[in-house]
Design a protein around this ligand. Structure first.
Ligand SMILES: Nc1ncnc2c1ncn2[C@@H]1O[C@H](COP(=O)(O)OP(=O)(O)OP(=O)(O)O)[C@@H](O)[C@H]1O
Ligand SMILES: CC(C)(CO)[C@@H](O)C(=O)[O-]
Ligand code: BAL
Length: 279
């Protein structure tokens, strides 16, 4: 049975008993409303660790939009059943006061890589992510942490932070899990209307077409503009970005001389979709 723990003191005791017997602890940080994307991280953690902790915490500090925070899907009973089926040892689901008690005053801020793309359109978002992830690493004392490539920039921010702060944990990136029609799984997808859900896979499809065109020699700006126009005509918008960037540093690229990643964020109805692919 998956044990639910809400206090960091209790979690620390549990982890200490595991570590005394030499076990390797893996953690999968999430905000809940679990889907197959999350479960792929859980399966990777199960394979590569002796004990697995999944954390569920809808972190207010990383939301820059109160409505998004309020509407974020939450279903702990369903999540717990999924984790139990997958043999997860502990669900750590602290309340806000446990993570941010009165007097809390520290912020972890990763400059450079946090600034463009998501950082530019969600000001303060990555400070919230970096702060809570640092806390979750401290609270779980895990040796490995599993993150999805769906949040590509987040993964690069966390890698930078762990290296810069000498946090003794190995970060493992896991591939994006998609619906059969190509839409990247995301908790926010449940907020798409039937019609929007039907056009949502176009994002990934047009990104793939643009990537193929770039590989075949079409100028980057032209390939991206074609994709944007096709998606805007299909009802996507407003646009935050559709760009080709260096996969690791996220610096702008206008060709394929370096490992490249195409990253997108765009509205569809009330939902903001993000996606990224290797080029
Ligand atoms: N489709 C997916 N494939 C692989 N990993 C994923 C996928 N979706 C989310 N993840 C990963 O799961 C972890 C927790 O993400 P989170 O709880 O924010 O879920 P989410 O579905 O990304 O939600 P949302 O995008 O609505 O915030 C992150 O490391 C994230 O990258
Ligand atoms: C890593 C994370 C759990 C931190 O709140 C969140 O940003 C997410 O779910 O990707
Ligand atoms: N999946 C990244 C967390 C967020 O959107 O706030």
């Amino acid at each position: 049975m998956t044990q639910v723990i809400r206090s960091s003191a209790e979690l620390r005791e549990k982890v200490a008993t595991w570590k005394r017997s030499g076990m390797l602890v893996g953690v999968v940080p999430t905000m809940g409303a679990l889907h197959d994307g999350h479960m792929s991280l859980v399966r990777a953690a199960r394979k590569q660790s002796d004990r697995v902790i999944v954390t569920i915490f809808v972190n207010p500090m990383q939301f820059n939009n109160p409505e998004d925070l309020e509407k974020y899907p939450r279903d702990e009973t369903h999540d717990l059943a999924l984790l139990d089926e997958e043999g997860v040892d502990v669900l750590f689901a602290p309340g806000v006061a446990e993570v941010y008690p009165a007097g809390f005053a520290t912020k972890v801020s990763v400059s450079g890589i946090s600034e463009p793309l998501e950082g530019a359109f969600r000001p303060g978002h990555f400070d919230g992510v970096a702060t809570v992830v640092t806390k979750l690493f401290g609270m779980t004392q895990a040796g490995r942490a599993f993150f999805g490539e769906k949040d590509w920039q987040q993964l690069q921010v966390v890698r930078r932070m762990v290296e810069d702060l000498n946090i003794p944990i190995r970060i493992i990136g896991c591939p994006t899990i998609r619906e059969d029609d190509g839409l990247a799984m995301s908790s926010r997808n449940v907020r798409l209307s039937t019609e929007e859900r039907a056009s949502a896979p176009r994002l990934h499809a047009e990104m793939q077409i643009a990537a193929a065109a770039i590989r075949a020699g079409t100028p980057v700006a032209e390939a991206l503009a074609t994709a944007k126009a096709a998606l805007s005509a299909a009802g996507f918008g407003p646009w935050d970005y559709l760009e080709l960037r260096n996969a690791e540093t996220l610096q702008p690229l206008d060709g394929l001389s370096e490992p490249a990643r195409m990253l997108a964020a765009v509205g569809l109805g009330e939902v903001r979709l993000i996606d990224n692919i290797a080029v």
